[in-house]
Design a protein around this ligand. Structure first.
Ligand code: XUL
Ligand code: CO
Length: 449
């Protein structure tokens, strides 16, 4: 079969898979969307604008399902030899066919997802120039764009003790070189953002670690990245992606609150926002919604790595999201935030036994439908106003005379104390009504039985 992509003619790779269309909730066709209807208007905007979905180059085009007990199960050679530039280009072809068939309009990448790393960084950079030319050519005639780029500063053994947090000044310079090039490529591809996930920025033991020095060095590397990025015309947001552990025992960007504190102490908060990943939230002992809320109320909710963990396991499983409670509460936070400057990157992979090309599509259909359904339900929650009204009522006492003074910071401890003495014992605060609200949420989610 021959397919036209970006004006060029090439052999179709996923030739048993048609373009995935919206068929509605009653459809029995597994290769269709039940809920994701790109042009359906929700709260005044088409779904596709609420949900700028992205494909993660690393999981979708590189990962083959290898784990520490066994080799890969999926074939991602795409008819070429792994580790060659022909393979790098075959991944671009596969990625664009995949995104076009699903109506995915963004992609995210690490430098070494795009090309095999050479022994010499000048050669790696030349390869990155070549592949980004190829991607740019491919983007023509499509509406596919780059969501964000990043540098992989955790896989190569040189980063054993971190990148910004390394104990080696030479490795620090190498990290700087990788960031510089990854920024160049991100800007060249029109990326909306640039991500720092501090893969090995952390420690295994405090016995050998100067935490203060390491954190200062990380912040300085970020500052230099901002300076360089702005100097080459990058207007987008930088993001920190918090994660508490894995691979390091302790990672400095533990969770949203920690990362926000870090950004503020080093004066990076104007240029940075957060990229919140669902699985990282649960690893930190938080809900996904908690991390989104903390970022949002601090003006730092920028982008989302859309996936799902397994709370019975203690590591990052990067599953495709299917929990509609979670996607609903995520979209609730995102709608309240007025959307994202970034998007929803499926940092998710098929389970090892789901190794076929078809499974790659099922993964994205599941993720996109779960978020579309979450969006529909979150919009309903906002329109019904049950939660908003309850919360307004719950804090009503701060609308009264003394409450108003507290709210507007126009009182003193002395005045409040006088008030309390006159009042005697306060009445019990209003009930939290959690179970009533949970029932209401179920009703919104499931409606008629
Ligand atoms: C790792 C992770 C990364 C970042 C990008 O847990 O989430 O893939 O999203 O470096
Ligand atoms: Co991620």
């Amino acid at each position: 079969t021959i397919l036209f992509i970006g004006g060029s003619t090439m052999a179709e790779l996923f030739n048993n898979i048609p373009k995935i269309a919206y068929e509605g909730p009653k459809s029995k066709n597994p290769l269709s969307f039940r809920y994701y209807d790109a042009d359906r208007i929700i709260l005044g905007k088409p779904m596709k604008e609420h949900l700028p979905f992205a494909m993660a180059w690393w999981h979708n085009l590189c990962a083959i399902g290898a784990d520490m007990f066994g080799r890969g199960t999926a074939d991602k050679d795409f008819g070429t030899e792994n580790g060659t530039m022909a393979h790098a280009k075959a991944k671009v072809d596969a990625g664009f066919e995949f995104m076009e068939k699903l109506g995915i309009r963004y992609f995210c990448f690490h430098d070494v997802d795009l090309v095999p790393e050479a022994g010499d960084i000048k050669e790696t950079n030349a390869r990155l120039d070549e592949i980004s030319d190829y991607i740019l050519e491919k983007m023509k005639g499509t509406d596919i764009k780059c969501l964000w780029g990043t540098a992989n500063m955790f896989s190569n053994p040189r980063f054993v003790n971190g990148a910004g947090s390394t104990n080696s000044a030479d490795v620090y310079c190498f990290a700087a070189a990788q960031i510089k090039k990854a920024l160049d490529i991100t800007v060249k591809l029109g990326g909306r953002g640039y991500v720092f996930w501090g893969g090995r920025e952390g420690y295994e033991t405090l016995l050998n670690t100067d935490v203060k020095f390491e954190q200062e060095n990380i912040a300085n590397l970020m500052k230099m990245a901002v300076e360089y990025g702005r100097s080459i015309g990058f207007k987008g947001d930088f993001y920190i992606e918090p994660k508490p552990k894995e691979p390091m025992k302790h990672q400095y960007d533990f969770d949203a609150a920690t990362a926000i504190g870090f950004l503020r102490s080093y004066g990076l908060d104007k240029d940075f926002k957060l990229n919140i990943e669902a699985n990282h939230a649960t690893l930190a002992g938080h809900s996904f919604q908690h991390e989104l809320r903390i970022s949002a109320i601090n003006g730092m909710l920028g982008s989302v790595d859309a996936n799902q963990g397994d709370t019975l396991l203690g590591w990052d499983t990067d599953e495709f999201p299917f929990d509609v409670y979670d996607t609903t509460m995520c979209m609730y936070e995102v709608l309240k935030n007025g959307g994202l400057t970034g998007g929803f990157n499926f940092d998710a992979k098929n389970r090892r036994p789901s190794y076929s090309y078809e499974d790659m599509f099922y993964g994205f259909i599941l993720g996109m439908d779960s978020f579309a359904l979450g969006l529909i339900k979150a919009a309903k929650l906002i329109e019904e106003g049950t939660l908003d009204n309850f919360i307004k009522e719950r804090y009503e006492s701060f609308e009264s005379e003394i409450g108003k003074k507290i709210r507007s910071h126009t009182t003193s401890l002395k005045e409040l104390s006088d008030y309390a003495e006159k009042m005697g014992a306060p009445k019990m605060p209003g009930s939290g009504r959690q179970e009533y609200l949970q029932s209401a949420l179920n009703q919104t989610l499931f409606g008629e039985a």
